[in-house]
Design a protein around this ligand. Structure first.
Ligand code: NAP
Length: 255
């Protein structure tokens, strides 16, 4: 009898780094990867939030870190390498939105969004792979957005769209560069989820209605609905998947 392939989702013995783990989707990713057996290194700036997560998730390693600061990134990679001799899973999730109107977005704001949403994740991926033993593969999951695939004006933003579209481009490029050394790189595209970042979107009837009307499933994403896809991409369940862009958006981008 063919065995069900649940074992390929098991992350026992793996080290997983999740950035932006102090709230929202990232906290869910950290819980999910830990539940699948990984030692999770959870990074963000708010140490109190990380400490609360560590109290809830056995074995979770909190690392206070601003991913836009090179020395913090080096410290994060070094801490994760100390635990398992290499990073098996890197989830580049830390991110922020910007002003929705390009006419009101300063060049400095635009650069700050790209620095966090794009550059920090690329630098972390490069450091993780640079320090990975040659005989060891890894899975990198970059969190993009529907805003990186289609216009969502009047909600979205030029800097945010540029950063999230670029995340998809660099995902494919790095997948091409690193495939033969066993490093897979994929992008996850969440639709609309109720988090600190989307504060007000679901409580305001006008914007909540806009989400419902434009989503094939007629609603925003609920807690946990993106975690299965994250686990799939992080684990051996997706061992033949790389350079892929997986939308978990209730059909938003399929319209
Ligand atoms: N919610 C949605 O509908 C949605 C849709 C598509 C894509 N996304 C993407 O999903 C990711 C998570 O967003 P979310 O919705 O979960 O929002 P969130 O709750 O606001 O989470 C953002 C996370 O990023 C962290 N962060 C921000 N700046 C950082 C920095 N300089 N260094 C380290 N960590 C930093 C924050 O932690 P600290 O403040 O503690 O540093 C926080 O944990 C983002 O990349 C976002 O673009 C979200």
């Amino acid at each position: 009898m063919t065995a069900l392939p649940f074992a390929s989702f098991d992350l026992t013995g793996r080290v997983a780094v999740v950035t932006g783990a102090s709230s929202g989707l990232g906290a869910g990713f950290a819980r999910t990867l830990a539940a699948a057996g990984a030692t999770v290194v959870a990074a963000a700036r708010r140490a109190d939030r990380l400490a609360a997560l560590a109290a809830e998730v056995p074995g979770l390693v909190p690392v206070e870190c601003d991913v836009t600061v090179p020395a913090d990134r080096d410290r994060l990679v070094a801490r994760a390498n100390e635990i398992g001799g290499g990073i098996d899973v890197l989830v580049n999730n830390a991110g922020m939105p910007g002003p929705p109107d390009a006419l009101g977005e300063t060049p400095e704001e635009f650069d700050r969004i790209l620095d966090l949403n794009l550059t920090a994740g690329v630098r972390l991926a490069v450091e993780a792979v640079r320090t990975l033993p040659d005989d060891r593969g890894a899975s990198i999951v970059n969190i993009s957005s529907v805003v990186g695939l289609v216009s969502t004006a009047p909600i979205g933003g030029a800097g945010y769209a540029a950063s999230k579209a670029a995340v998809i481009g660099v995902t494919r490029e790095l997948a091409g560069q690193w495939g033969r050394r066993g490093v897979r790189v994929n992008a996850l595209v969440p639709g609309w989820f109720d988090t600190e970042m989307t504060d007000g979107l679901f409580t305001n009837e006008k914007s909540a209605g806009w989400v419902r009307r434009n989503t094939m499933l007629g609603r925003g994403g609920q807690d946990g609905e993106v975690d299965g896809a994250l686990l799939f991409l992080a684990s051996d369940a997706s061992s033949y998947v790389t350079g892929h862009v997986l939308a978990v958006d209730g059909g938003w981008t399929a319209r």
